[in-house]
Design a protein around this ligand. Structure first.
Ligand SMILES: NC(=O)c1ccc[n+]([C@@H]2O[C@H](COP(=O)([O-])OP(=O)(O)OC[C@H]3O[C@@H](n4cnc5c(N)ncnc54)[C@H](O)[C@@H]3O)[C@@H](O)[C@H]2O)c1
Length: 260
């Protein structure tokens, strides 16, 4: 018997089989959960996401959605509700910032639009999705919403820049959502994942140093793997975490615990 048997939900953020969202989907599927997926619009993006999802299971439901568009978000949640009776979990694993400003020494120069776009796509969308998921989740007695964060939300990681600001906003957004949606037994948490080589992380300057430091210093003496985050996502989606909400859970091999 799987921990997530009978549970069904939506995963947003698979670009390919290296994405954190892919590892989350794989773990959820392996534990009996049913997943549907959203990808950014465009044939090429749909193909890329489908190809990755096919490595987990066939016959997946896929929806197109630019999270920066309210119309797309409305359509995503309306179509999901048409096709599925339950929404037990929602995975938000998306972020965006123009890579030009994700280089050491560029934070103070970040233009207003680039700053606001990063917060819009990387943080506001958690609220926008949660508000649209709320009714369907509540109908079946609640649910679990989770989003991906990073240590740069709390401490300066050179080069992470405006994305660090957006992650602080994301973590705070999750806490306010947890309070408001908790009344309907909807839990909202963030996972602070360690450095993983993905399309998104390749946009950040200085990642070789980040990776080397993580490997050398982490209490577990290794880099985090996507599967580590996948397993924590299973815990968050399952009833094992029934009393956990508004939390930020580190899945980084312990690197955040170090003072030096
Ligand atoms: N890779 C890391 O080291 C790391 C560490 C901690 C947290 N994270 C976070 O994990 C999450 C997933 O990133 P990843 O590293 O797996 O990279 P990724 O590139 O595989 O995933 C990022 C996803 O965001 C999606 N996205 C971007 N703009 C979008 C938009 N407007 N609408 C809809 N989707 C959009 C992309 O299509 C992509 O699927 C992000 O929130 C990222 O900040 C990554």
């Amino acid at each position: 018997m799987g921990l997530l048997d009978g549970k069904c939900g939506l995963i947003v953020g698979i670009a390919n089989d290296r994405s954190y969202a892919w590892h989350i989907a794989k773990a959820i599927h392996d534990h009996g959960g049913t997943c549907a997926y959203a990808h950014i619009p465009g044939e090429k993006n749909e193909r890329r996401t489908s190809k990755a999802v096919e490595k987990i299971h066939g016959d997946a439901r896929m929806y197109s959605c630019d999270a920066g568009s309210d119309e797309d978000l409305d359509a995503l949640f309306a179509n999901y509700a048409k096709d599925h009776e339950r929404l037990d979990f929602l995975v938000h694993s998306i972020a965006f910032a123009d890579r030009e400003w994700l280089q050491p020494g560029m934070f103070a120069k970040t233009p207003r639009k680039a700053y606001l776009d990063a917060i819009d796509i990387s943080a506001y969308t958690l609220s926008a999705m949660s508000g649209r998921a709320q009714e369907q989740m509540a109908k079946n007695g609640g649910g679990s919403i989770m989003a991906m964060s990073y240590y740069g939300a709390e401490k300066v990681v050179p080069g992470y820049n405006v994305m660090g600001v957006a992650k602080s906003c994301l973590e705070s957004t999750a806490r306010y959502l947890a309070f408001e949606l908790g009344e309907q037994n909807i839990r909202v948490n963030t996972m602070s994942g360690g450095f993983l080589r993905t399309l998104a992380s390749s946009a950040v300057g200085g990642t070789d140093e980040m990776e080397a430091a993580a490997k050398q210093k982490a209490p577990l003496r290794r880099l985090v793997e996507g599967a580590d985050v996948g397993k924590t996502a299973v815990y968050l989606a399952s009833d094992l975490s029934s009393g956990v909400t508004g939390e930020n859970i580190y899945v980084d091999c312990g690197i955040n615990t170090l003072g030096v």
